[in-house]
Design a protein around this ligand. Sequence first.
Ligand SMILES: NC(=O)c1ccc[n+]([C@@H]2O[C@H](COP(=O)([O-])OP(=O)(O)OC[C@H]3O[C@@H](n4cnc5c(N)ncnc54)[C@H](OP(=O)(O)O)[C@@H]3O)[C@@H](O)[C@H]2O)c1
Length: 298
Amino acid sequence: MNGPILVFGAAGQLGQEVMAFAEARGIGAIGYNRAKADITDFASVKAAILAVKPRLVLNAAAYTAVDRAETEPEAAFAANAAGAETVARAAALQQVPVIQTSTDYVFAGTKRGAYVETDPIAPLGVYGQTKAAGEAMVRHANPRHFILRTAWVYGRFGANFLKTILRLSREREELRIVADQHGCPTATQDLAEAVFAIDRALARGIEAPGTYHFAGDGATTWHGFASAIVEAEAQATGRRPKVSPIATADYPTAALRPANSELDSGLFASVFGYRARDWQTRARETVAMLLKETRAET
Ligand SMILES: NC(=O)c1ccc[n+]([C@@H]2O[C@H](COP(=O)([O-])OP(=O)(O)OC[C@H]3O[C@@H](n4cnc5c(N)ncnc54)[C@H](OP(=O)(O)O)[C@@H]3O)[C@@H](O)[C@H]2O)c1
């Protein structure tokens, strides 16, 4: 099929990045935000697919409030599990492949070293449980599925950790950041590239459905990530608040998080020929881009 890529969740961090990249590069893509298609509503999802006639569907829509999910499990399940299934099933009815974005939080975090796709899942919280249920339902609903587990997503659009650190670094002299959770910060730029890499593979006739890990290259802690963000900002502004390491126990949250959710993205690189840049480079680039935007606005 020669139609565009259809993006559900087009107003989210990833959705906006994919739409912006597609426009800049002349890649056909149509974005549907929640107002245009609620993924919990089969009729609206099906109507979108029939109207757009896409070559590929990206489900970037999700309930991503990890802590709030603990008290709103039904809402989280509706979007992350039933909604994911709805998108995958509606795409399957038209024989359209689907990319379902998932998360490192499907893992318990007890492994030493990076998680590979065949490692057993054991989510610690409601968010991870609903995303894991979504994965299983997508596998069942659409044989042409690409489940893309990613992690610690940040970019120029939406709300994310990098933006929060930039804001706090202007407001505070000291930031106290968790230093005993390990993971892979992933730029939306790289995630968007991963989506286009799958699209290119499909165009070449490579059918490799399955579950893939895709995250920024290298791993760190939230403290390491925050330190790199503050340092990148300091290069431009000279302002350098102290970034102090704390333990998870010192920063209690409603949802438990894995102590180690490093993802091995090697399988994705070998099948689709794309590997994310190292997380430090992308973090520096994103800080520079956001500072430039702020300067342009003032
Ligand atoms: N953010 C992370 O650190 C992270 C880490 C690992 C994996 N992921 C996964 O990566 C994917 C993209 O995440 P993201 O960071 O881009 O998320 P995001 O910025 O929170 O965007 C999610 C989007 O989905 C929309 N949405 C929620 N429920 C919907 C529904 N029922 N119908 C239609 N749209 C709906 C939201 O709209 P509203 O604003 O109206 O709610 C929002 O625009 C998700 O699958 C997420 O689970 C994210």
